[in-house]
Write a protein that binds this ligand. Structure first.
Ligand SMILES: [Zn+2]
Length: 204
């Protein structure tokens, strides 16, 4: 998302929010790697304590360390891993940081799907984000951006290649410091990479 925003001409200040999610260490390292690669300032870090309840810290609903890999069921995994209000909460913090920095917009990196299924989560549909934008706009002069919302995972991989950003710099797993290969994010990443590279191989 940062690479796309830079390409679009935005001056980007990356933000990393540690809300005690299981993969926070790996996500934070990835955020730093990407900021360095794009020659952006290091991510502003906000740490939120007190959200470490079971439903949040055990996001994914299983222990990735067990190494048990089952046939991926994206819909089931997505249902299991949904945290209500999380994106609204992250956007709220981003809007506060934007206000502090005099920024015109706050961006969130939610992605779409392949266009054949409905969005997996109720808070990443365009109407939800538009409603959030209207709500934030009632007390702040701010735009809410979701530049990857029209991209499926495979299209995000393709976009990264086009913007010369190695997908290996990113981190997607919801469950911990190593990809579990079974959570919704891992499954989507695997399917997205497979779809992109299959198409890529076929087109050569
Ligand atoms: Zn995972």
């Amino acid at each position: 998302m940062c690479a796309l925003l830079v390409k679009q001409g935005w001056q980007v200040a990356p933000l990393f929010i540690d809300y005690q999610q299981r993969a926070r260490a790996a996500e934070r390292r990835a955020a730093h790697r990407i900021a360095m690669r794009l020659e952006l300032p290091p991510p502003i870090v906000i740490a939120v304590t007190g959200l470490g309840g079971k439903r949040l810290t055990l996001i994914g609903g299983h222990d990735g360390a067990r190494g048990r890999i089952e046939a991926p069921d994206l819909a089931t995994a997505a249902r299991r891993e949904f945290v209500p209000q999380r994106n609204l909460f992250l956007l709220t913090l981003a809007c506060i940081v934007a206000y502090q920095h005099g920024s015109q917009a706050a961006a969130i990196g939610v992605i779409g799907n392949d266009g054949t299924r409905q969005h997996r989560y109720p808070d990443i549909v365009p109407s939800y984000l538009a409603a959030a934008g209207r709500l934030f706009g009632r007390s702040q002069d701010i735009r809410i951006l979701a530049p990857l919302l029209r991209y499926a995972k495979s299209a995000v991989v393709q976009l990264g290649e086009r913007l010369h950003l190695d997908v290996e710099l990113t981190y997607s797993c919801n469950t911990g410091p190593r990809p579990c290969l079974t959570c919704a994010s891992c499954v989507e990443r695997i399917l997205g990479l497979a779809k992109f590279y299959t198409r890529d191989i076929r087109s050569t």
